[in-house]
Design a protein around this ligand. Structure first.
Ligand SMILES: [Zn+2]
Length: 423
């Protein structure tokens, strides 16, 4: 391998028409950062003239005509050091039409200064869970260039599937400021765990239109839809998917009692409550499954003695009648779901302890109103991990990329990170 090919190989440059000046490697400070400056020329014998099409057979057709000098091209970092390629591009003169033209390379697009390798790296970096600012720093290009890259990718993310998944989950999340509705709508394929599609509105009218693009025959193939308690979804699912069993996914069932128990506890966290600090700091123990509480005694600064988790929870819930009843209701619900014991679940919601908090009463009402959908979630097994995985992913993206103003870009990131974009 020649020295030149060796260097091209190291730099991941595939164009063998580039000749690096092996004696000219420099380091220079640009805008406060150290850069490795690599210099070279781009030259070859063109096969024809791009202006008139004249085939280049001899010196009477096309001749070399100087260089376009000092084209600065950003290339990926070399050994973690920012790098620039200064390329002198061959100019040609066509004797047939008298026009001049510049040598081209697949390293960088015409008129661009960021190499295609850098763009490739940007796309790979965007697939990782990190902010666009991080990507900008890693690849040494401006945030606005990354923004433009995202805009170019947006068109690829509009997934138009011919077929619907036979088992799907519907959910929503608060998206960006420019979203049409306040909430975006997300459809997950329950069998594969892939995001099927995302819509920028969860309004019934928009979703109705969306699903009606699929024929009735296609919609009738859907066997299962899982969703949250939003009545709009339940209504739509029944109306458009005649053969689908509809269930409320366990994640959302549990969220309801979790929130109710927590707000009951928070209601007791008043400064004049002698147990204020315990109730405030030990909340994690209260929402924990009682079967997972440790019985091992350990020193607690709140109790100023050796005490087990189980004993701490027992103490706390016994400081208030409503808290105790709400706690027991919560534990009964989450364990009946865990053990897939629908009879027990139904028994708890139909015969509650009268002391449960108002919030918990509301939750039980909601359960009773939707009992047929809840029952389906006990019968039809869907992978909860899939749903939670997607929920967590979206939450995570929002956290790392807070400040997303453009809905399209936000969605593109979700698909990118899920690796749903080819290219
Ligand atoms: Zn020509």
């Amino acid at each position: 391998m020649s020295m030149n090919n060796y260097i091209l190989n190291l730099l991941n440059i595939e164009d063998n028409n580039i000749y690096i000046f092996t004696d000219k490697l420099k380091e220079r400070k640009i805008k406060g950062s150290n850069y490795k400056i690599i210099e070279g020329i781009l030259t070859y014998n063109p096969s024809s003239c791009p202006c008139c099409g004249c085939v280049n057979e001899s010196h009477n057709d096309i001749i070399k005509w100087g260089f376009r000098k000092n084209c600065k091209i950003k290339i990926p970092k070399v050994s973690n050091c920012k790098s620039l390629l200064i390329l002198h591009k061959q100019r040609f003169l066509c004797k047939n039409c008298n026009n001049t033209f510049i040598a081209e390379t697949n390293l960088v697009d015409k008129y661009k200064s960021i190499s295609n390798n850098t763009d490739k790296q940007i796309r790979l970096e965007l697939m990782k869970k990190q902010s666009e600012k991080d990507v900008s720093e890693r690849t040494d290009v401006s945030v606005s260039h990354i923004d433009r890259t995202m805009t170019k990718m947006v068109s690829h993310t509009v997934l138009r599937h011919a077929l619907l998944p036979t088992s799907m989950n519907w959910d929503e999340f608060k998206a960006t400021r420019d979203t049409k509705g306040k909430m975006a709508f997300i459809i997950t394929d329950n069998d594969t765990g892939n995001i099927f599609d995302i819509q920028d509105s969860r309004k019934s009218r928009d979703l109705d239109k969306y699903f009606r693009r699929y024929s009735k025959k296609e919609r009738d193939k859907v066997k299962h839809i899982s969703t949250d308690f939003y009545t709009g979804y339940l209504y739509l699912a029944k109306k458009l998917f005649k053969n689908a069993k509809i269930s409320i996914d366990r994640f959302h069932i549990i969220t309801q009692v979790y929130v109710a128990l927590n707000s009951t506890r928070v209601g007791l966290c008043k400064k004049d409550n002698p147990n204020y600090n315990k109730l405030k700091d030990l909340w994690k123990l209260i929402v924990k499954n009682e079967n997972d509480l440790s019985e091992k005694k350990k020193y607690s600064k709140h109790f100023k003695k050796e005490i087990s988790q189980k004993e701490m929870v027992n103490y706390m819930i016994n400081t208030d009648k409503a808290l105790k009843a709400t706690y027991e209701c919560y534990q009964g619900i989450i364990n009946s779901i865990k053990n897939k014991d629908f009879k027990k679940f139904k028994n708890i919601i139909n015969h509650p302890n009268m002391n449960i908090s108002f919030k918990m009463k509301q939750v039980l009402n909601l359960y009773r109103e939707n009992i047929e959908y809840i029952e389906n979630s006990f019968i039809y097994d869907i992978n909860n991990g899939v749903i939670e995985g997607n929920n967590n992913l979206i939450k995570c993206i929002k956290r790392i990329a807070f400040g997303y103003k453009k809905y399209d870009h936000f969605i593109t990131r979700i698909f990118l990170i899920k690796n749903n974009i080819k290219g």
